[in-house]
Design a protein. Structure first.
Lengths: 302, 275
């Protein structure tokens, strides 16, 4: 990314770049970097008097987190969301990519625009729309079920202990699958036609080609899709706030909402900070691991 | 080789089915916004029998969406301009200028882009409270600029480090200094990169929810997404009014997206992870 071959002007200081970096760096340091350090620091303290006094308790907050049923519930809900936000959309994306595969599809740009639409809409708006879709009395989901003779499948989707989590999760699927499809379709355009022709001559059928050519060639795209959608599943907040606020009970509670509830609403600063640190560590570790697994050795195909 | 229609048709059917699933809820919301409540329950997806603008008028005035809209426009405009300006400077520093410690500073700039916002929010909430800046535009603008320059620096530096050397050298020989090279030569050349950056930061800032939810206490300072969330608490039974409110929030980002979709999709596919 950065080239070492930068030439200095005659008489130019080797520090010149700092002058240009400084304005952005000051804002970034004050409003992002230093707060991150402070979050880490405050996670080792117990806070009282609405955050005015604090007492060092080392890893105390982290140890209580691991015994906190609400946190464990929230975090396991995030993991279930990975199935809805990441696994299903990536499977659907690969399915569509394999189906459309190397054939030029007239009008694909237009379809691509529509598939991508949920990505640009505020998650609060998405939540409002889907609360209507899932409305028990007059929501289209239940209306549809009764119209096709499946009235006994009707549910109070977002109000049900059993169904609220998969219902919110499937909204995540709705948001993410178009993104995965567009990503993989773009990647397919890069695969040279020769690969498929050569393997056809060797007698490979289209299923074998899918696993031996398409999937390995899309490794980088699958990596981007995994990182993006898993991060979305672990960070989910707006959608839960706008649909269920974690309810009924704690059935759709997620870590982001629990941090908000503890640190902001209930003034448990250290406890909320410890959760934020844990979430950050999980996110950073996962994206590093996926990047490692999915980068490189694309040349081995063929 | 031109594909034949009988080969394409099954593929189109599957593709269109996926697109319909995306569109049906959105279509329903748009139709509902132009209907009266009684009509939605019986016929959610049909065209309105009595086409009405009352829901929008109602949301705009009684629902205070005119105020939320103004707040969102102010915050988003300032964040976009400040972030793109600052990121151009810092990206130029990394891509073209002599600077010590680049190898250390660059990953440091990326931390904010990778860490979840909750990790930034808790101290900001307390500090801005102490400074009396909570419930002001500053509380929404400054943290959002801080986050945006993290991604913006990465984005602009990768453009500037690949800028054509001959052009820069020619301008230098003509006596242009670093500042003039940036704004006279490179910035105009960077238009596709800056357009993508503008579109991404616009959509992220317009849709930002958690920061505005936490920092803003009074209704008159709410941005559109927060305004809509509280609106839902008050009017959740009034479906057509909710739909009109939702459309007011979503329309600007959809318009920007449709106009600049090439740039947005390029940014997202380039791995610009939604923040």
């Amino acid at each position: 990314m950065m080239k070492n071959s930068i030439q200095r002007y005659p008489g130019e200081s080797k520090w010149h770049g700092l002058l240009y970096l400084l304005p952005a760096f000051v804002v970034y340091a004050l409003f992002t970097l230093i707060p991150i350090v402070e979050t880490l620091r405050s996670s080792f303290f117990e806070w009282s008097d609405l955050g005015k006094t604090s007492r060092w308790i080392g890893l105390g907050n982290y140890l209580s987190l691991l015994k906190d049923a609400s946190f464990l519930k929230a975090f396991s809900n995030n993991l279930i969301f990975i199935f809805f936000y990441s696994f299903i959309p990536i499977m659907l994306g690969l399915f569509l990519a394999s189906l459309l595969s190397r054939k030029r599809i007239p009008g694909l740009t237009f379809f691509r625009t529509l598939l991508f639409l949920p990505q640009v809409i505020s998650m609060v708006v998405v939540g409002v729309i889907w609360r209507w879709m899932f409305n028990p009395a007059f929501g289209p989901v239940n209306l549809f079920l009764s119209a096709v003779g499946l009235s006994h499948w009707q549910q109070a989707w977002l109000g049900s202990f059993e169904w609220a989590l998969p219902a919110v999760g499937s909204i995540g699927t709705w948001v993410q699958y178009g993104f995965c499809m567009v990503l993989f379709l773009a990647g397919m355009q890069r695969i040279p036609e020769d690969y498929y022709e050569a393997s056809s001559l060797d007698g490979a059928n289209s299923v074998q080609q899918f696993f031996s050519i398409t999937i390995p060639s899309l490794k980088a795209e699958i990596g981007v899709a995994l990182i993006t959608t898993i991060i979305a599943a672990l960070r989910v907040f707006d959608l839960v706030y706008a649909t269920t606020k974690g309810g009924p009970g704690e059935s759709t509670l997620v870590t982001g909402y629990l941090i908000y509830r503890s640190a902001i609403l209930n003034n448990q600063i250290g406890y909320g900070a410890a959760m934020a640190v844990m979430l950050s560590l999980v996110l950073l570790t996962l994206s590093q691991v996926i990047q490692k697994l999915m980068s490189g050795n694309e040349e081995e195909i063929g | 080789m031109k594909p034949r229609w009988n080969q394409l048709l099954p593929r189109y059917i599957v593709l269109i089915a996926f697109i319909l699933v995306v569109l049906i809820p959105l279509w329903g919301a748009v139709m509902s916004a132009f209907k009266e409540n009684t009509e939605i329950a019986s016929n959610p997806f049909s065209l309105p029998q009595n086409f009405t603008f009352d829901n929008f008028r109602h949301a705009w005035t009684v629902g205070n969406f005119s105020i939320f809209f103004k707040n969102s426009v102010i915050v988003t405009t300032i964040v976009v301009i400040a972030s793109v300006f600052l990121s151009s400077l810092s990206g130029y520093a990394f891509g073209q200028l002599p600077m010590p410690g680049k190898k250390l500073l660059f990953p440091l700039m990326l931390v904010g882009y990778m860490v979840p916002f909750e990790a930034v929010l808790i101290p900001l909430y307390n500090w801005l409270g102490l400074l009396g800046l909570r419930n002001t535009y500053w509380a929404l603008i400054l943290p959002q600029v801080g986050l945006s320059v993290s991604f913006g620096t990465l984005w602009m530096s990768s453009f500037f480090s690949n800028a054509p050397k001959e052009l820069i050298d020619a301008a230098t020989i003509d006596g242009a200094n670093r500042w003039q090279v940036l704004w006279g030569i490179l910035f105009p050349l960077a238009k596709p990169a800056t357009t993508t950056l503008v579109v991404l930061i616009f959509i992220w800032t317009w849709n930002e929810f958690l920061l505005a939810l936490v920092m803003i206490q009074s209704e008159s300072m709410r941005t559109l997404p927060v305004g809509l969330a509280f609106f839902q608490g008050r009017f959740s039974a009034d479906l057509s009014l909710m739909a009109a409110g939702a459309i007011i929030v979503a329309l600007p980002t959809i318009l920007i997206y449709v106009i600049f979709q090439r740039f947005f999709i390029r940014g997202m596919l380039g791995g610009a992870i939604k923040g």
